[in-house]
Structure formats: structure tokens, C-alpha cells
Write a protein that binds this ligand. Structure first.
Ligand code: ADP
Ligand code: MG
Length: 247
């Protein structure tokens, strides 16, 4: 991965152009959830996508994460048009470009910490010794090298999230996509995870897009995109005062 030392570069990671998303509703017709969502994220940025519940954050994240496709508009991930891919093609794109971190960690509870971190390397055609070497390197990076043979259930929430971050990093992704990554943690552990994201971004130039509904959490990032009722209502530096975001 190209190092940027936390500085925004001109390498484009995400390019969303007039993305709209509608869902069919029970009585017929459809409900539009995203309206002309347009923004770019370059390598080395740490961006928060913030908005109240129901504003369309998860719908937006599913499109960014190649988990779903838009109704209209175009989406390019690392220069590759992923707008109209099949679900199999989307799975390949996800595995190659994106490391996911979820609120509920999504670790395999019956597999060791090391096995969990090795997961994204399964489809890479690497020899086992190389997968193990790489997974150990990532565990070291999150300070959990002594816990490789533990089961996730033996770890605290903050440690589980660090395992999930090591797993996200193992595939050498272009982008870390984190959905409410501290939502299941107390504030002390949450703070540690956010500091860690900041370090990954500043020291290693890793691009991070983080979904949150809390202004305090967005403070850890360098840029804030605010979504309200499916529209972008703010895109810029993280403001000092949340009032700027009211719409
Ligand atoms: P947020 O993550 O900001 O809380 P969501 O993106 O989950 O918001 O939801 C935005 C709106 O889209 C809500 O009204 C929700 O009911 C609707 N929605 C989300 N996913 C679906 C779906 N798969 N089918 C129908 N409606 C959906
Ligand atoms: Mg959501």
C-alpha cells in the first residue's frame, strides 16, 4: 500500500456520482432513500458519514461497500466502475478493495483470533505459511500478538474490535469501511478504537470511511459528510459546532 503519512493524495478511492437508491414499498410503488449523492474520497482521507437514524447511512454504506448497487448514478471504487456488477462480481471487489469493521465485530466465535484475521486471505491464493505470517503481522500491529490462539469470546469488546481491525487490514485493502465501530463499546474502549483509527490513518495513510450518528465520534476524522433524509447537507471539515449541521 502506498504510504501517504496521513496526507490526502490525489489517488481516488471512492467516486459517487448522483447516486440514487429506491426500495419497493409494500403497497406498491417505491420509497426513495438516497437522492443524488455525489462525493469523492481520495487515498489518505479519514471521513465520517454522519446523520440521524433513518437518514440513509447504511444504505449509502452498502453501496460504498459493494454490498448493494444503486438505482441510478455511477459508483467507481479505485477507478473501477462497480455500478452494475452481479452479486458474485461484487463479492470479488469487496474482498480485493475493502476491509470491513462492524458494530458487532462479526468474528467467528469458534475460530481462533489468528484464524479470524486470516479470513480475508482465503481467496488470495497465498500459501498457508504466508497467510499465517501476514495475520501475525496484523495482530502485532493492533497489539494482540500474544492472543492469537484465544477465542473471540475470551476477549473484551475493545480487543474483539482490534481483532476485527487486524482482519480488515490483513487483505491490504484500499479502504477501511467502519459502520458504527464503537457502537457496542463503552466510551473508554470506544475512545481507544477511535485513537487507533486515527493512528492508522495518520501514520500509515490508510483511507477510512466511518459511519456514525454521533458528532463526538466524527471529531476523530478530518472530514464530515452529513446526510439528512437521503440528501447530503454538509461536506467539509469537521465543524466545531454541531449546529452548522442542522437542516
Ligand atoms: P440509517 O442507517 O441512517 O439509519 P438506513 O439507510 O438504514 O438509515 O435507512 C434509510 C431508509 O431506508 C429508512 O426509511 C429505511 O426504512 C429504508 N430502507 C433501508 N433499507 C431498506 C430495504 N432493504 N428495503 C426497504 N426499505 C429500506
Ligand atoms: Mg444504519
Amino acid at each position: 500500500m502506498k504510504k501517504t503519512n496521513g496526507k490526502k493524495s490525489d489517488v481516488n478511492i471512492i467516486s459517487m456520482n448522483k447516486i440514487c437508491k429506491s426500495f419497493p414499498v409494500e403497497m406498491g410503488g417505491e420509497q426513495q432513500v438516497l437522492f443524488d449523492i455525489t462525493f469523492d474520497v481520495n487515498q489518505g482521507e479519514f471521513v465520517s458519514i454522519m446523520g440521524p437514524s433513518g437518514s440513509g447511512k447504511s444504505t449509502c454504506m452498502n453501496i460504498i461497500g459493494a454490498l448493494d448497487t444503486p438505482t441510478s448514478g455511477t459508483y467507481k471504487l479505485y477507478g473501477k466502475d462497480v455500478t452494475n456488477l452481479s452479486s458474485d462480481e461484487l463479492a470479488i471487489v469487496r474482498n480485493e478493495y475493502i476491509g470491513f469493521v462492524f458494530q458487532q465485530f462479526n468474528l467467528l466465535s469458534k475460530r481462533s483470533v489468528l484464524d479470524n484475521v486470516m479470513m480475508p486471505l482465503m481467496y488470495r491464493g497465498l500459501p498457508m505459511s504466508e497467510r499465517i505470517r501476514r495475520a501475525r503481522e496484523m495482530l502485532k500491529r493492533v497489539g494482540l500478538e500474544k492472543f492469537e490462539s484465544y477465542l473471540p469470546t475470551q476477549l473484551s469488546g475493545g480487543m474483539k474490535q482490534r481483532v476485527a481491525i487486524a482482519r480488515a487490514l490483513a487483505g491490504d485493502p484500499k479502504l477501511i469501511l467502519a459502520d458504527e465501530p464503537t457502537g457496542a463499546l463503552d466510551s473508554k474502549m470506544g475512545n481507544e478504537i477511535l485513537q487507533f483509527f486515527k493512528k492508522l490513518n495518520e501514520e500509515m495513510g490508510i483511507t477510512i470511511v466511518m459511519i456514525t450518528h454521533e458528532f463526538e465520534i466524527a471529531q476523530y476524522s478530518n472530514r464530515l459528510i452529513h446526510i439528512y433524509d437521503g440528501h447530503i447537507t454538509y461536506d467539509g471539515k469537521v465543524p466545531r459546532d454541531e449546529k452548522v449541521l442542522q437542516k
